[in-house]
Design a protein around this ligand. Structure first.
Ligand code: GLN
Length: 289
């Protein structure tokens, strides 16, 4: 049985609309294009295109998954970050536009350095930070650590997709721990991280599409949300060169507290805060003295 593609698409859009999914037209198109393995604009280039019953069923299955609250990025397995397309699934946090501020800050700093810069990305997740740094800093050598083997598999895939796998070493473990046993581990010029920073008791109150779908381990920053900043600031001292850059993303209202954590070690200077496009303090950076 052949069905008119545009009619099925419209039906999908209506269903999304009834479930209060925003941008219902766009999302229906994205799901149809994903099902047909084509680009969204192809839907308008093909004239009077048809699909069969099995394809329509697959399309509606995707539509209903979206209606249940699954983020579209996990259904179509992609999210753009720094102009690059990343593969994502439920093993990793979906990369956020806010994190581009952090990456841009590191690119700016590293571009002023002579020679090849060594960068450590702690908690790499999808590899959004590590892969885009490798992509935009062609001389950088990067080590990317994550405690989740599933996340590392996704990050590796993204490194291969963007042709930078030869300049990224992936290590599995908790923060800096896999570096200690690793042959060839040296000090880094840059340590960068977007760690989990949601206070544990706030996780239940998050929006459903985050709370029920994104990996809890990528969100939970301990009782005050600051657990990883203290550890990065202290344990990072073993791995950051004198004069090297530590740069972290922080959650809403955390920047001043993270600044104090860095100050309290007495080992960092030039502690600075960068705002994101919405004027929210988003990145804290410092130089190892
Ligand atoms: N570094 C990854 C990102 O910024 C993962 C972050 C995380 O899981 N907390 O998207």
């Amino acid at each position: 049985m052949q069905l008119k593609g545009m009619e099925v698409l419209r039906k999908g859009q209506k269903i999304l609309e009834c479930h209060d999914v925003p941008s219902s037209r766009l999302e229906a198109e994205l799901l149809m294009a994903y099902m047909l393995k084509c680009q969204r604009h192809d839907l308008y280039l093909m004239r009077d295109w048809k699909i069969d019953g099995a394809q329509a069923q697959r399309f509606f299955d995707l539509i209903y998954r979206r209606c249940e609250g699954c983020p579209i990025q996990y259904i179509i397995n992609k999210q753009e970050f720094m102009g690059l397309e990343f593969y994502v699934d439920q093993r990793v946090l979906i990369p956020r536009a806010d994190t581009e501020i952090l990456v841009e800050h590191v690119i700016k700093w590293a571009s002023q350095e002579e020679g090849s810069v060594r960068i450590l990305d702690v908690g790499t997740g999808s590899g959004a930070i590590a892969v885009s740094l490798a992509f935009f800093l062609p001389r950088a050598r990067i080590t990317a650590v994550d405690i989740s083997a599933g996340a590392l598999a996704v990050a590796r895939l993204n490194a291969c997709r963007h042709g930078v796998e030869n300049r990224i070493v992936f290590l599995e473990g908790d923060l800096f721990s896999p570096l200690y046993g690793h042959s060839g581990a040296q000090l880094f010029d840059v340590i960068v991280s977007n760690p989990p920073y949601i206070p544990t008791q706030e996780i239940e109150g998050l929006e459903r599409h985050i709370r029920d779908y994104e990996p809890r381990i990528a969100l939970d920053g301990g009782h005050d949300g600051l657990k990883f900043y203290s550890r990065l600031a202290r344990e990072g001292l073993d791995w950051l060169k004198v004069g090297g850059l530590l740069a972290v993303e922080v959650g809403y209202g955390q920047a001043r507290k993270v600044k104090s954590i860095l100050e309290s070690t007495g080992c960092y200077v030039n502690i600075a805060i960068q705002e994101d496009l919405a004027g929210i303090e988003r990145v804290v950076s410092a130089i190892r003295r």
